[in-house]
Design a protein. Sequence first.
Length: 205
Amino acid sequence: MNGSFMETPVRGVTTLSSEKFPDAWEHWLGVEFLEIVGLHHGDRVLDFGAGPGHYSLPAALTVGRRGAVYALDTNHARLRIIRDKARHRGIRTITPLLVDGEPPAPLREASLDVVLAFDVMHLVTDRTQWYREFWRLLHPNGCLTVYPKHCKDDMPLGGLADCTIAQVRAEVERCDFRLRSFHRKHLCHDESQVQGVVLSFHKGE
């Protein structure tokens, strides 16, 4: 990719067994990762397509008691998993949001600091519609962070199968976002540790 953005190289990687990795990710590895890609204490975060909570749970630990995490998904069973995990760990800042897959999300305009769209955009029928919804939800200095798993460069599948990373960037930027940073990191995908590209955008003026 070309352009004026920061590329963060892969640094030290913690190798864990497949049995131990998901729990370690949700407790501390995910916190370290989310801090690198731009989450801060006190942030209000939307985890779009939250699944079983691999990012919602560490996001809640990252933002702390003064922050908030909205775990949005179309699957009630997955949201129940998040709710149960949060209750077991004493986390009270995660709000599950069950939706039908179409915008708008049940949140106020300019109410969020960060939107996480990790390993989900390949499932979205109209990505532009959702990128514009993210723009509506973020405050003027807000950040949209995208992990475009299953694009052409990374196990192509679904709606991103023919899109390169550069094309994903261009698609998001057409919705008035501007790339802020580019990270190639180890992260969580389907209970496993994988290497992937994460793009962080800010709202354009």
